[in-house]
Design a protein around this ligand. Structure first.
Ligand code: N01
Length: 553
């Protein structure tokens, strides 16, 4: 196998503590903040991270063009006013290297690194009902016990490398976007194939095209993309934003997406004349950004007729940018309402198809049949390439949890419990798995908004819950089965009131053959969700069973 990456599955060998109060798995945005909160509460904690450094998503996804599509002043921690003020973002949307530097800065500033065992995967996690403790084992067989386990394992952290026939015969190099070599890849003078046109492929395309001799993009499904309009963050914009940071964070918490500064829509797309509507879309297109675009009107994600107006606008834009009409047609999505799959944000994606060294291949019409020693064979042609970049996505939301052999009460595995799809209460906990918390799990808004905002909200909730249990000498908390059932029904009911179920996407597991089709994120909005979480606490952890007395242990 020629896939190149570094930092996986090696382990430091020094002894682990036999027992800690809490284990935190994952050292991305979630894991780091969770560690910080638990240490502040006085808990003895141990963090684990499969990679050789902190950063999670931003550690692994080093592909060309990787950057966040939420503005950096929003996509950053709010827990520390000092941190907010001292960090200076250089761009409206920061690139991966800058976000990774920020996360490293946070790890050092709060002295979190010594708490983390790097290069270490947890492979098994078993709940002992007698001791009311979790027993965990690492890939190399080291053990540790903890009362609380916090899964900060991420929503998009299990890369999906398709098992194309013949891949082992390929004589060039191939790479997956989420396992990209830390030292980068030089595609100069190479013929490169890019497979996948989701958010990742859309970011990679212009960057690889600038370097490669020729880039062939293999597209199965066209995706909508809107321009980022990325720009240098000037001193004035930085100062203004930072001067009102607390108010902005509070405003973000009152929105659906957890982002401040996006005007709340007030009108239906259907209330305007075609000319007025076109002017609104043009203004938002010029401003850039996906959340802005989807906030143009109140009903873009709930009314098919309203959504169709946005589809028509973007498809018209594509045809105005891409000179070859056949390529423009192929790039125009027809199979899903805009925004029901992740709306991509790009820098010159469509423009890139006007370059002489870029071609687009429709692998829906003629699917990829095999990878050969020298290229890619589709149903109707063979494409000679020197390198392949896979932007084929992830086993999202449940993949990282299912990779670990997690066994709760009665020996039930999480994989068995979730055989028909994930079930959680609030996306935070699973019935039958006491003291196991999931940060931004299935059933929470997570990927449907500003991840860092959602992460902080979850971590604060979990920290508050653990503090409550400890001060009341409660040994364990878990959801009641009925509360979990009701929450899953509510998540589905809310999704069914929108257009989201009309798309095949990783939101519903449909990108992974055999994965149960269940719409996983909660799309009721961050503000509504946070209010429910607060209310559950205020009503004495409604829907949870709190059991056992630690003073007797
Ligand atoms: O993955 P995807 P992604 N043959 O699953 C194609 C976040 N993110 O890594 O649609 C041919 O969206 C597949 O085709 P199809 C963001 O949340 C954020 O791009 O299944 N093609 C699709 O085109 C995002 O949604 C940022 O027909 C195959 C692509 O691979 C999430 O990560 C940037 C194939 C996979 O698209 C995942 O995005 C990047 C096959 N056998 C990512 N198998 C920002 O913040 C798969 N495909 C900006």
């Amino acid at each position: 196998m020629n896939m190149e990456y570094s930092g996986r599955d090696t382990e430091r060998t020094s002894q682990l503590p036999a027992t800690v109060d809490a284990v935190v798995i994952g050292a991305g945005f979630s894991g780091l903040y969770m560690l910080h909160r638990l240490v502040s509460l006085g808990l003895k904690v141990q963090g684990f991270e499969a990679g050789s450094g902190v950063g999670g998503t931003w550690f692994w996804n080093r592909y060309p063009g990787a950057r966040c599509d939420v503005e950096s002043l929003e996509y950053s921690y709010s827990f520390s006013p000092e941190l907010e003020q001292e960090w200076r973002w250089s761009k409206r949307y920061s690139e991966q290297t800058e976000i990774l530097s920020y996360i490293n800065h946070v790890a050092d500033r709060y002295d979190l690194r010594p708490l983390i065992r790097f290069d270490t995967r947890i492979v098994s996690q078993v709940y002992d009902e007698t001791r009311q403790m979790w027993d965990l084992v690492t890939a190399q067989g080291q053990s540790i016990a903890a009362r609380f386990c916090i899964m900060a394992t991420g929503n998009l952290s299990t890369p999906r490398v398709p098992d194309f026939a013949g891949i082992e015969l390929f004589e060039g190099k191939w790479y997956h976007s989420a396992l990209w070599p830390a030292e980068g890849v030089d595609f100069s003078d190479q013929r490169v194939a890019l497979i996948g046109t989701g958010a990742t492929g859309v970011q990679m395309t212009p960057k690889i095209a600038q370097q490669a001799k020729h880039l062939t993009v293999f597209q199965r499904t066209a995706n909508f993309s809107v321009p980022a309009r990325n720009a240098v963050l000037d001193d004035e914009a930085d100062r203004t934003h930072k001067a009102s940071y607390p108010a902005r964070r509070q405003q973000a918490a009152r929105t659906s997406f957890g982002i401040s500064g996006v005007p709340a829509p007030t009108r239906s797309a259907l209330d305007l004349s075609p000319d007025e509507r076109a002017r609104s879309y043009e203004a938002i297109w010029a401003q850039g950004g996906s959340v802005y675009f989807l906030s143009t009107f109140t009903d873009l994600l709930t009314s098919k007729a309203a959504n169709d107006t946005a589809v028509e606008f973007v498809n018209r834009k594509i045809r105005s940018i891409v000179r070859d009409p056949k390529t423009a047609d192929l790039l125009s999505p027809l199979d899903h309402p805009i925004g029901t799959k992740r709306l991509c944000v790009d820098t010159e994606y469509y423009e890139t198809f006007n370059r002489g060294n870029v071609s687009l291949v429709d692998v829906r019409a003629a699917p990829i049949e095999e990878i050969t020693a020298t290229g890619i064979r589709t149903a109707d042609a063979h494409y000679e390439v020197d390198a392949i970049a896979f932007a084929t996505g992830f086993d999202a939301m449940t993949g990282a949890l299912r990779e670990i052999d997690i066994r709760g009460k009665g020996g039930l595995t999480l994989a068995e419990k979730w055989v028909h799809g994930p079930t959680t209460y609030l996306g935070l906990m699973v019935a039958g798995f006491p003291n196991l918390f999931v940060v931004t799990g299935p059933g929470s808004p997570s990927v449907k908004g500003n991840m860092v905002h959602s992460i902080e909200q979850h971590v604060d909730w979990i920290a508050g819950c653990i503090a409550h249990l400890r001060s009341n000498h409660v040994a364990a908390i878990q959801p009641q089965a009925a509360a979990e059932r009701d929450w899953v029904a509510h998540v589905n009911e809310v999704a069914d009131g929108t257009l989201y179920p009309l798309a095949d996407s990783w939101y519903s597991g449909s990108n992974i053959p055999g994965k149960p089709r269940v719409f996983m994120p909660y799309v009721g909005g961050i503000a509504a969700y946070s209010a429910i979480c607060r209310d559950v606490v205020a009503s004495g952890y409604r829907g949870f069973a709190l059991v056992g007395d630690t003073s007797a242990l």
